[in-house]
Design a protein around this ligand. Structure first.
Ligand code: GDP
Length: 297
């Protein structure tokens, strides 16, 4: 498991030293926090996020209860664990469920982030929960995108709604929802077009789809391997489109984890799922507490 490896070993070293000390002084805590700060920056966590994070821990850790406790090192570690969990959203955030089906989910993101694959994975996950998802081929620009979604649909045994590449994605999305209503689908997952970079044409189209279908979720798929770029992409998508959550992909890869630790705080929206591999069952609900434990070992 490569994610958080560097961060994890650095923090463990720091806390080992704290534990070894028995009683702590304010200076011991300050020294440890300096190391925490460096470790987070090295793990590519957004610097503003690091600053606020360390400040919060300082406030809690320098209190008398901690310094006078019999196991101050342990207490500081608990505080860091709590705050890491909070930083990643506190509790698990589930996918929305519309009061009246179908629940409409727009999948958005840059090309290569894993959007189409993740749409298939999400359908797979929903099916395991006895849901009935409809996949919608809304990326009409990338030549292979429709076919890719159809293949995924076959693999997970979910129906794919396509109108080819001559009809506008707004029309496709509207028709798909009508189709879902008539045939009792309870989730509509709309795969949308990506670009290499954010541009106005992309955003305008996404805004038009959003306006036309009034989605219950707009999930941004971002590649965790791209670190702070992923965070910047998320910030821009959120400002321009308003997302309801993110899905971080490629957490199985060699990523330092900065995106996972920054994105919730920067966008104010939860990480809902984590992509852990190329296979269709490699999508997991994102659990902030388990991630924090993984970091602290
Ligand atoms: P899109 O352009 O955003 O639709 O991207 P694709 O869905 O085509 O995915 C791009 C590449 O990333 C493909 O090779 C996927 O297999 C791969 N991919 C997607 N999610 C993950 C993941 O969680 N882990 C790994 N290792 N690869 C992934």
């Amino acid at each position: 498991m490569a994610i958080f490896e560097g961060l994890s070993s650095r923090l463990q070293e720091t806390f080992q030293r704290l534990r070894g000390k028995g009683k702590l002084t304010e200076d011991d805590v300050k020294e440890a926090l300096r190391e925490v700060r460096l470790a987070l920056l090295e793990a590519d966590v957004n610097f503003k996020v690091v600053k606020e994070f360390v400040e919060k821990i300082r406030e809690r850790a320098i209190g008398q209860e901690v310094l006078q406790s019999l196991t101050p090192g342990q207490q500081v570690i608990k505080i860091v664990n709590d705050e890491l969990t909070e930083l990643m959203g506190g509790t698990q955030s589930r996918i929305a469920q519309a009061a009246k089906p179908p629940t409409v989910v727009m999948m958005v993101g840059l090309q290569g982030a894993g959007k189409t694959t993740t749409t298939g994975k999400l359908a797979n996950l929903l099916k395991k929960q006895n849901r009935y998802p409809l996949l919608v081929a809304g990326d009409i620009y990338r030549p292979a995108a429709i076919k890719q979604l159809q293949v995924l649909g076959e693999q997970v045994k979910a129906q794919v709604f396509s109108m080819g590449d001559k009809v506008s994605p707004v029309e496709i999305a509207k028709n798909a929802i009508e189709h879902a209503r008539m045939h009792g689908f309870d989730y509509v997952l709309i795969d949308t077009a990506g670009r290499l970079h954010i541009d106005d044409t992309l955003m305008d189209e996404l805004k038009r789809i959003k306006e036309a279908v009034n989605p219950d979720e707009i999930l941004l798929v971002v590649d965790a391997m791209t670190g702070q770029d992923a965070v910047n992409v998320a910030e821009t998508f959120h400002q321009q489109l308003g997302i309801t959550g993110t899905i971080l992909t490629k957490l199985d890869g060699d990523t330092r984890g900065g995106a996972a630790l920054s994105i919730r705080s920067v966008t104010g929206t939860p990480i809902k799922f984590a992509g852990m591999g190329e296979k269709l069952d490699a999508l997991e609900p994102f659990h902030p507490d388990r991630m924090a434990s993984r970091i602290l070992g």
